[in-house]
Design a protein around this ligand. Structure first.
Ligand SMILES: NC(=O)CCC(=O)C(=O)O
Length: 266
């Protein structure tokens, strides 16, 4: 692992795909001009987070307006892009999928959300991704010249065993495109992200859409970076914004040497 600058793009997602793509591109450009080497977007960043929109906003990988834009942006700005997630369509099934591009515009890998968000907290929040989506079934850890990056999507963060497997596959940074809500966000967002970082002695970066109180699903916001020590080293509030965070590789090496949890893990 070596030092680098991470950019998290927290913006408002609307029900106009073209507008969302333009916003994403503007944020990527701004992050690149602020020296970011790795830039990440929110979960389902081109479409409202709502089952009613998923089918009509879905795209096939081989013919995707969104993926073309991300690929070209990665190349034009010479950056790694963790492309939040989009609704991917393959063989009449829909997946919540994150695509990762290199600075050459090469598709390095993709992560399909493994744990679908099916919850029912009466009078608070009910959501059933499995009404429309199919779950992925693999871990994603990619190698870059800066660090090894694991990818998880939102509700995936609640499953510590998945994170342990990524850490044991040598992930040093885990990037999580996400969209918590106004019930679970205040209660669990910081706590869960800090715990995954601390348990696995990795940097954790979570990127949410900005909060839109008129949307059918109101995102919590509060994109953040947690360190391998378990503290929050940079964060946003609920409004649109770009988080630029310098990642100090020494921090990870020192913590892992001084408190060797991964070595002691059985
Ligand atoms: N998009 C999601 O997976 C939402 C997860 C969430 O809000 C949670 O509490 O978990």
């Amino acid at each position: 692992m070596k030092d680098f600058t991470l950019g998290l793009c927290q913006f408002m997602v609307t029900n106009n795909k073209k507008e969302n793509l333009l916003t994403a591109l503007n944020y990527i450009e701004q992050a690149a001009s602020n020296g970011c080497n790795i830039i990440a977007l929110p979960e389902v960043f081109n479409c409202p987070y709502d089952n009613n929109f998923f089918n009509s906003f879905s795209e096939e990988e081989h013919n995707s307006e969104t993926l073309n834009l991300l690929k070209n942006a990665a190349k034009d700005f010479n950056v790694y892009i963790i492309g939040g997630s989009i609704i991917e369509r393959e063989d009449n099934k829909l997946y919540n999928t994150s695509y990762i591009f290199s600075p050459e515009g090469k598709l390095l890998d993709k992560h399909r959300k493994v744990h679908l968000f099916d919850i029912d907290i009466p009078n608070k929040i009910t959501f059933k991704e499995s009404d429309t989506l199919t779950a992925g079934d693999k871990l994603t850890v990619i190698d870059t010249p800066y660090c090894k990056i694991g990818i998880a999507i939102c509700y995936d963060m609640r499953f510590p065993e998945m994170f342990k497997k990524m850490a044991l596959s040598e992930a040093e940074l885990i990037i999580i495109p996400a969209a918590f809500n106004m019930t679970t966000g205040p209660a669990h967002w910081n706590l869960t992200l800090r715990a995954r970082a601390l348990d696995n002695q990795v940097f954790v970066a979570a990127i949410s859409p900005a909060r839109d109180t008129t949307a059918s699903y109101v995102a919590y916001g509060h994109s953040l970076v947690a360190s391998p020590w378990g503290d929050i080293i940079s964060s946003l509030d609920d409004k649109p914004g770009l988080l630029v965070c310098k990642i100090d590789s020494k921090l990870l090496y020192n913590i892992r040497e001084q408190l060797p949890l991964l070595k002691h893990s059985k």
